[in-house]
Ligand binder design. Structure first.
Ligand code: HEC
Ligand SMILES: [Cu+2]
Length: 414
């Protein structure tokens, strides 16, 4: 008796913990449940539709179940009473065959429709019936980073993908090593990238400016879980400006400070076999044309000079286990690494940066809450973050502002 109670209590306790942990999910910049893009909206609609249908079935079954249990339980005054048996009833058999078919049809029609719509990468047609020019971006996945090459524009970058809002961009995608999967939950569904030579295509359409977090969604090696990237959606005008600024970069530009100039030389001597500054085809390592604007180093590490020097000196061994920068043969003194860091952090050819995504759903507090261990606390911390998260749309900014230095950015958000 006692034991039965204990296990029930344990089960309930486990459910409560699970609910608390899961309530930490659903950051606006990384949530399929707060869609900000065309594809994500369609997927969200389908989710809601199937949940509604499931709830309907659940409620009907539970109601009938309850009625039957109460109505047909053994009667005290007539314990041998057997209700009328319905086995083989034509009417009932037909009913419970037809209803599921109808429910499945209600689900299937929009699902098939949306599936085809999402797979459609033909050019957009304007009101006059003319084909619009499509903006194609060639995307290459690699362990553990992403390369982006704007087709026909002579613009390349890595890790952070700039796109205009309210315009469908077309992605042509492949991998240079193993299978990865490109996933920006708030904007669209996933797409695998393959190393075997076949390219996959999809479109992205962001409806709101913002910095959206992307994840590799296919197990690809020891650092798969931190193969993060961003999509930065800016207004069409800002995007045009960004492209112009990026087009001008050759990598030959002389930086202002003497330290950075030395850094540039050291970079050319030690790093250019794998990296590039300026438009270049995909190389072994990320394109660093606008590295000065990055939100994170290598997609996950906090962006500051100390971390950058550490990244260069350790070749990311601990920060991103198994990454291929470890094949680099160079051996630098700390002050040389610092000079290179100075040079790299100055690479900012455009005024269009992540901050330009004005109504940004990105807030630094949100991002750090993804890594609660850095804040030195466990589960309780996580659910707390979930709360401040919800509050931050309206009333939360003073509370958040007290916690981190980035309150400026948060105020922008209104
Ligand atoms: C053997 C090729 C190779 C060499 C040489 C190399 N790197 Fe890398 N580097 C990589 C790869 C691969 C990555 C991507 C790591 C990841 O994210 O998994 C990378 C990532 C980086 C990043 C992060 C980029 C980003 O977009 O966030 C920086 C910064 C960097 N390297 C700096 C340097 C510097 C400075 C040197 C020279 C001192 C150098 N690398 C030499 C291969 C190389
Ligand atoms: Cu991957």
């Amino acid at each position: 008796m006692m034991k039965g109670w204990m296990s029930k209590f344990k089960a309930i306790f486990a459910l409560i913990v699970l609910a608390l942990v899961l309530s930490g999910c659903g950051k606006p910049f990384l949530s399929a449940l707060q869609p900000k893009g065309e594809g994500a909206e369609m997927i969200y609609d389908l989710m809601i539709l199937s949940i509604v249908i499931m709830l309907f079935v659940f409620v009907v079954v539970m109601v009938i179940y309850t009625i039957v249990i109460i109505k047909y339980r053994q009667k005290k005054d007539d314990p041998d009473f057997i209700p009328k048996q319905t086995e083989g009833s034509h009417a009932l058999e037909t009913l419970w065959t037809v209803i599921p078919i109808i429910l499945l049809l209600i689900l299937a029609v929009p699902t098939v429709q949306y599936t085809f719509a999402l797979a459609d990468t033909s050019p957009e047609i304007n009101e006059e019936g003319e084909e619009q020019d499509s903006l194609w971006i060639n995307i290459t996945g690699a362990q553990y980073w992403w390369h982006f090459e704007y087709d026909g524009l002579e613009v390349s970058t890595s890790q952070e993908l700039y796109i205009p809002t309210d315009r469908r961009v077309y992605l042509s995608m492949s991998s240079q090593d193993v299978i990865h999967s490109f996933w920006v939950p708030a904007i669209d569904g996933k797409m695998d990238v393959n190393p075997t030579g076949n390219t996959n295509e999809m479109t992205l359409l962001a409806k709101e400016e913002g910095v959206y977090w992307g994840k590799c969604a296919e197990l690809c090696g020891p650092s798969h879980s931190i193969m993060d990237f961003k999509v930065i959606a800016v207004s069409p005008g800002e995007f045009e400006q960004w492209v112009k600024d990026m087009q001008g970069v050759t990598g030959e530009e002389t930086p202002e400070s003497a330290t950075a100039q030395e850094g540039q030389q050291l970079f050319a001597d030690n790093c250019m076999t794998c990296h590039a500054v300026g438009s270049s085809p995909n190389k072994i390592g990320p394109n660093l044309t606008n590295f000065g604007d990055r939100l994170k180093i290598a997609g996950v590490v906090d962006y500051n000079k100390e971390n950058l020097i550490e990244w260069i000196q350790t070749k990311g061994k601990e920060m991103k286990p198994g990454n291929h920068m470890q094949d680099a043969p160079y051996n630098l003194k700390d002050e040389e690494a610092e000079k290179i860091a100075e040079y790299l952090m100055g690479l900012s050819p455009s005024d269009i940066t992540p901050e330009s995504a004005e109504d940004s759903v990105y807030k630094d507090s949100d991002l750090s809450s993804l890594f609660p261990e850095e804040e030195a606390e466990g589960e309780g911390e996580q659910s707390q973050d979930g709360e401040s998260e919800e509050g931050s749309d309206g009333e939360g900014s003073s509370e958040d502002g007290a916690e981190d230095e980035n309150s400026d950015e948060e105020n922008n958000e209104e």
